[in-house]
Design a protein around this ligand. Structure first.
Ligand SMILES: [Zn+2]
Length: 280
């Protein structure tokens, strides 16, 4: 497939327009998410959100307070306490969305430990071994949580009642996090059957990005942007596809515009990566 033509300034303009979109706390990760209509994908944890379901979740003061606490710990790089706090929420509700987010916290904790490895430590290399070991143990914990989210969703989808496109979407994202791309492809087909075009389109965009099909990733992102702003993440994936196909400056222009409206780990990491590539 040929890379679709992209009007960069029009897309950057779409990013600027996000300033008028309402920010609401995501009931799963607790980060501020851009409420795009009745259903959208969170800019941080990438789970699908229903506005109606979210307002019920946010009515639970204990849960909101706990999510605030989790993110305070996370911002201070205190992942251990963040996890302890988040585990309490998981123990109370045990929904696949919370299991999935618990996996995300373990994953960030693992990355943090691995980033702590320093090769200038000379006499203290055993310290590095400690970080490496702990990083890999945390990565296994993350996989365990994604697996639990995956099998819970599988049961929900297989049941006569309760199966819905939101559970299918969480199932899909769990498969992606586990690197089970073949399964993710099958779940994407199930998603299409639910008649929720946006979610299916989003799933295609994510899977194509994972499989390195950047022209397709860009095409899906543009499709999502054309209909309406289902999720600001479409702009992120578009930047990613541009960057991966050698258009660093266009990509930087777009991700910078997006970063002014939204601060997420993914956006910061991609911005740094593009800037690094341009400098080299
Ligand atoms: Zn979220």
């Amino acid at each position: 497939m040929k890379f679709p033509s992209v009007n960069i300034s029009a897309c950057a303009n779409l990013a600027n327009q996000l300033s008028s979109v309402q920010r609401i706390m995501c009931g799963y990760c607790g980060r501020p998410t851009l409420a795009m209509g009745e259903r959208w994908v969170c800019s941080h944890c990438e789970l699908a959100i229903s506005g109606t379901a979210l307002s019920i979740i946010l009515g639970d003061r204990d849960r909101v307070a706990a999510l605030h606490k989790v993110n305070e710990y996370m911002d201070a790089n205190d992942y251990q306490n963040a996890q302890v706090e988040y585990d309490k929420i998981v123990a109370r509700y045990a929904t696949p969305e919370l299991l999935y987010n618990s996996g995300l916290i373990y994953l960030q904790y693992s990355n943090f430990q691995i980033e702590s490895i320093r090769y200038d430590r000379r006499g203290f290399m055993e310290e590095n071994a400690k970080y490496r070991e702990s990083g890999s143990a945390l990565d296994s914990r993350a996989k365990l949580m994604f697996n639990r989210a995956y099998s819970t969703c599988q049961k929900i989808i297989g049941s006569a009642t309760g199966a819905n496109d939101f559970a299918a979407f969480t199932w899909f994202m769990s498969a992606v996090k586990l690197g089970r791309f073949r399964n993710a492809g099958q779940i994407r087909e199930i998603l299409k059957g639910y008649n929720s075009t946006h979610m299916a389109n989003y799933a295609e965009m994510v899977l194509d990005a994972e499989l390195g099909k950047y022209a397709e990733t860009a095409a899906h992102a543009l499709e999502l942007l054309k209909r309406d702003n289902f999720s600001a993440n479409a702009l992120y994936y578009l930047s990613w596809a541009l960057f991966k196909t050698g258009r660093e400056r266009d990509s930087l222009h777009l991700i910078t515009a997006l970063g002014k409206q939204l601060q997420s780990n993914n956006i910061i990491a991609l911005t740094n990566e593009i800037q690094g590539a341009i400098r080299v």
